[in-house]
Design a binder for this molecule. Structure first.
Ligand code: A3D
Length: 320
């Protein structure tokens, strides 16, 4: 059986980490694409030289030409600019929208059958624009944010309870902004929902509220520490989990930015919801029942995403 082909559009901090993880997990051969001359080639060579030490079999190559994306099974897009301290994700919209136009055209021409995972911020608006620019079916284009946001939530909870991260499951809904909705009711430790753990005296509501707040601002916490860019290890690991579920038809249920056609009462918008990812792309959206508080939080988050989508339509009238 021929190896799968994974194209990484953007060979920066996240792109390089994606290539390493895809290689180590032997998900397939990896092509790193970037507009910077020498960077994708240099990173690919460095990673190819890692393979004998780490003992993985994957061909890694770097390119500045979209042609090299030909026939890719998965495309992960990080092309664009990340934020710096003092910037919100939304400040990146104008620059990154132009990048999505180029990337969408490249994907449409060379790998229209691929499963596409967008990471570029502001995430929910960029994945919406990338799907429109590429013209690929909506179930084959998703955004990565919820896996990362819920991983942050899981880590903070495991730290609070002093238990293995493996036994903490958590869910976040909504757009990838500070108004995302971490769902306490649907988050569990060893299968026990968080509100029960408060009743059992394992933690307090105040501590949980502080963890929810830290989760919402998790990206900014890292930007403030790094000063020159944003998080990249956990974002890369999160996108790889999504790619793996598609490539191996694992049918994992993960929080992803998926295209909604009426689910959760939302239309023609990408926003974070639980979805099953398998060989058919997004195979199912888990249309959860929300409490009135959760619904209010979700609607607020959706309204911010819709505002960004409207801004995209103003900048690029072809999207309207
Ligand atoms: P960075 O290390 O700057 O890499 C971006 C790469 O994109 C650079 O190598 C650029 O040369 C390249 N690039 C720029 N324009 C183009 C173009 N037109 N075509 C191809 N390549 C291009 O950034 P990063 O890897 O740290 O982050 C990449 C993106 O991910 C940014 O937009 C971040 O804001 C975003 N991000 C999203 C999350 C989510 O959870 C959604 C988390 C962290 C970062």
């Amino acid at each position: 059986m021929a190896r799968k082909k994974i194209a990484l559009v953007g060979a920066g901090q996240i792109g390089g980490t994606l290539a390493l993880l895809a290689g180590q997990k032997e998900l397939g051969d990896v092509v790193l694409f970037d507009i910077m001359d020498g960077v994708p080639q240099g990173k690919a060579l460095d990673l190819a030289e890692t393979a004998p030490v780490e003992g993985f079999n994957a061909k890694l190559s770097g390119t500045n030409s979209y042609e090299a994306l030909e026939g890719a099974d998965v495309v992960i897009v990080t092309a664009g600019v990340p934020r710096k301290p003092g910037m919100s994700r939304d400040d990146l919209l104008g620059i990154n929208l132009k990048v999505m136009e180029q990337v969408g055209a490249g994907i449409a021409k060379y790998c229209p059958k691929a499963f596409v995972i967008c990471i570029t911020n502001p995430l929910d608006a960029m994945v919406w624009a990338l799907q429109k620019f590429s013209g690929l079916p909506t179930h084959m284009v998703v955004g990565m944010a919820g896996v990362l946001d819920s991983a942050r939530f899981r880590y903070f909870l495991s730290d609070e309870f002093g238990v293995s991260v493996e036994d903490v499951h958590a869910m976040t809904l909504g757009g990838h902004g500070d108004d995302m909705v971490p769902l306490i009711r649907y988050s569990t430790v060893g299968g026990v929902p968080l509100p029960e753990l408060v009743k059992m005296g394992w933690t307090t509501q105040e501590k949980l509220d502080a963890i929810v707040d830290r989760t919402r601002k998790g990206g900014g916490e890292i930007v403030a520490l790094l000063k020159t860019g944003s998080a990249f290890y956990a974002p890369a690991a999160s996108a790889i989990a999504m790619a793996e579920s598609y490539l191996k038809d694992k049918k994992r249920v993960l929080p992803v930015a998926a295209y909604l056609k009426g689910e959760f009462g939302v239309n023609d918008t990408y926003v974070g919801v639980p979805a099953m990812i398998g060989a058919g792309g997004v195979e199912k959206i888990v249309d959860l029942e929300l409490s009135s508080d959760e619904k209010a939080g979700f609607e607020k988050s959706v309204a911010s995403v819709k505002g960004l989508i409207e801004a995209c339509k103003t900048i690029a009238p072809a999207l309207a």
